[in-house]
Design a binder for this molecule. Structure first.
Ligand SMILES: [Fe+2]
Ligand SMILES: [Zn+2]
Length: 358
């Protein structure tokens, strides 16, 4: 292939329709048993095996497209395959509506009932939030959620970690101070994408839980101030979380878009953000945009606050949803356990549950 325009194959169907297909794509997707591993449905043919790729002859008829390649291979493509939609749907998320309130689902039923679990996971993928009720108030109950959310995502801190007011705690969460909206482990280049917060006991006054639809806030911000939004997608910010035995650090932008330009990861943690280089001209631009976004965030209607009772588990899609806590006014006994999961595994679980018919 030369370095000019990528080559295309023009297909003219006998009924008059036509389509243009990239030549390399067409060779790559040959569905014949020599080019696929039938047992696994994987691709076997590797483009790199050919010194050059070009069409020797082709014929489009009612059944499909027959191509003889210059290397000698024959491919037959059903028309329905060539015309099929090869774009896989991504899970749909929806910004919270004005009357949104978190969906409550029973812990035991969530674990035991397939249809109920599908409904709960669908709600989670759309709203980014789920509250499980009537859970045991025993430690390590979060382990049981792996059956529905996939394996626990471990980080360098405890696999299931405790949040109590603790004068030796490594994080602001262990004080009675209010916790501004944040997601956990901004200090990882891939922070956990699902977080479960299990309230074992909550006899404290104050300390209501807060959640924010971060992506909804970002969408509105992007409309209002696209230049500032772009700065937050571009400028890398240092985050660090550490204790006596660990030191995690990542330097990443606050907003990471997916390749389609849609929301990917919102990384936001006032407490973990480190001092930026003031001599770097990006720092002033970043702060200008960060200040505007932060003002918008804390005054945003996309926030809900509620008391998380003993026996309730708040699950959030933590690349989207920020969480926080109002100040704890009086130190009645309050014990929370946290664990992380991964959004890919939750989506996997939905697919698996939907294709199981028992
Ligand atoms: Fe947190
Ligand atoms: Zn083939």
């Amino acid at each position: 292939m030369s370095a000019e325009m990528p080559a295309n194959v023009r297909v003219n169907w006998p009924d008059g329709g036509s389509m243009m297909l990239p030549t390399l794509w067409l060779r790559d997707v040959c569905p014949c048993p020599d080019c696929r591993i039938e047992q696994t449905q994987e691709k076997r043919f590797h483009l790199a095996a050919l010194e050059s790729v070009s069409v020797a002859s082709l014929c489009a008829d009612a059944e499909g497209l027959k191509v003889t390649w210059s290397e000698g291979h024959n491919s037959v493509y059903p028309r329905s395959f060539l015309e099929a939609n090869h774009v896989r749907d991504q899970p749909k998320w929806r910004p919270w509506s004005d009357d949104y309130s978190p969906g409550y689902f029973d812990f035991t039923t969530f674990l035991s009932d397939r249809v109920y679990a599908i409904r709960a996971i669908e709600e989670f993928l759309e709203a980014g939030v789920l509250v499980l009720t009537n859970s045991p108030t025993e430690e390590l109950t979060l382990e049981r959620l792996a059956a529905r959310l996939g394996p626990i995502r471990e980080v360098l801190f405890d696999r299931i970690h405790n949040v109590k007011v603790d004068p030796k705690g490594y994080n602001v969460a262990h004080t009675s101070l209010p916790l501004p909206p944040h997601n956990d482990f901004a200090s990882y280049s891939w922070p956990p994408s699902v977080q479960a917060l299990h309230m074992l006991a909550n006899e404290a006054t104050g300390g209501r839980s807060t959640i924010y639809d971060g992506w909804a806030v970002l969408q509105a911000f992007r409309q209002e101030d696209p230049a500032a939004f772009d700065v937050l997608c571009r400028v890398a910010v240092p985050f660090r979380e550490f204790d006596d035995g660990n030191e995690t650090f990542a330097c990443e932008p606050i907003i990471r878009l997916n390749p389609n330009g849609e929301m990917g990861v919102f990384r936001y943690s006032n407490q973990l953000m480190q001092v930026m280089d003031p001599l770097n001209p990006d720092t002033a631009a970043f702060y200008d945009a960060y200040y505007k976004l932060s003002r918008r965030l804390i005054t945003s209607p996309f926030n809900r606050r509620f008391r998380l009772h003993g026996g309730e588990i708040l699950v959030v899609a933590s690349h989207r949803i920020l969480h926080g806590r109002e100040a704890i006014e009086d130190a009645g006994f309050r014990h929370l356990q946290d664990a992380y999961f991964e959004h890919d595994n939750v989506r996997n679980m939905l697919t698996v549950l939907e294709r199981t018919h028992d």
